[in-house]
Write a protein that binds this ligand. Sequence first.
Ligand SMILES: C[S@@+](CC[C@H](N)C(=O)[O-])C[C@H]1O[C@@H](n2cnc3c(N)ncnc32)[C@H](O)[C@@H]1O
Length: 339
Amino acid sequence: MWALRSWCASHKCLPCYFNWPENATLQALPRSGVLDHQSPDDVPTQQLFAFARTLGDSPVRRVFLAGGEPLLWAPALKLIEILKTQRIEVVVCTSGPALNKPGMAERLVDLGVDAFSVSLDSTDAEYNDRWRPPRKPGFGWEGVVNGIRTVLTARGDRPQPRVGIYSMITKLNLDAITTVPRLAAELGCDYFVAQPVSLPADHNLHDELVLTETDIPRLRREFGQLYASGLPLTLPSADYPGQFVSAVQESTGLVRDCFGGNDLFFVEPDGSVWDCPSALRIAQTPPQRRRNIRETTAADAFRPAGCADCALFSVDCVNMWPLMGFDRVVDPAPAGSTS
Ligand SMILES: C[S@@+](CC[C@H](N)C(=O)[O-])C[C@H]1O[C@@H](n2cnc3c(N)ncnc32)[C@H](O)[C@@H]1O
């Protein structure tokens, strides 16, 4: 999972896990390991390309490109070309409207992008745009849905790229667990993922948005309906709703044989390499395990630590499980399959 750039020219999502600079409580924290939309430390483009060219000689098989909107950072296309030349699978995590730029979707399809995970939190444009305020005209809900249509049209009858919707679930949009996948299916998407909002306890939106025990009956109902719906979409595996609910129930715990630092790594815009994006795990990273892509090759940066039990479970972990199960998206079982 590679958060490429800090700045996001697309949206100003209020619960974004990248901090907006005016959030004063974060000024005291160390820079590395803290995601901030305004950072002077992003890896220079040529250095980033040089590292990307070493990925083919590493165990890395798939890269999720995220961060501040990747498709509004011009060098992203060149980066994708470098990755695809080395036969790395590329999943672009995008806000969506940049796909409407003339020629953009066609170019990305021709480059061989394997999947697009588009963020959309509601079928209700007003709700979506309230929590994900667009920074540009045409970047609201309509622009996102049009972006999905545009890339599906550019794909035509080819199997790739897969196109899916990711919805961030909060106390205020539990219905999105069933309504957004219906829209996704109508649009002709291939997959849907509902992921719980994750916010630190001192975040100003924590109490308004973060799911709690009282939401669990409704969560169970919505997921029950979704997994029984038979919609022609790939969903996370059948145990995912249980993992989602248990993360709401218990905010801490042990993850047995965690894949973080073994099958999954996280690179942040300043080039720091972490075992996973979990804030708790990042904070506990020992100095000897700190690496930066500026100083190393991919084979070295992603040397597996060996699976180990991790006592730093947090709701962030739930958001990693669908990434680990992404084979089912790019190489899907029959549509509607959930096991
Ligand atoms: C940070 S965005 C970056 C990629 C791209 N700009 C986009 O909008 O999808 C990646 C994903 O993280 C999700 N996300 C952001 N902040 C989150 C949070 N606090 N909790 C859970 N998911 C979050 C977004 O909804 C989006 O699906």
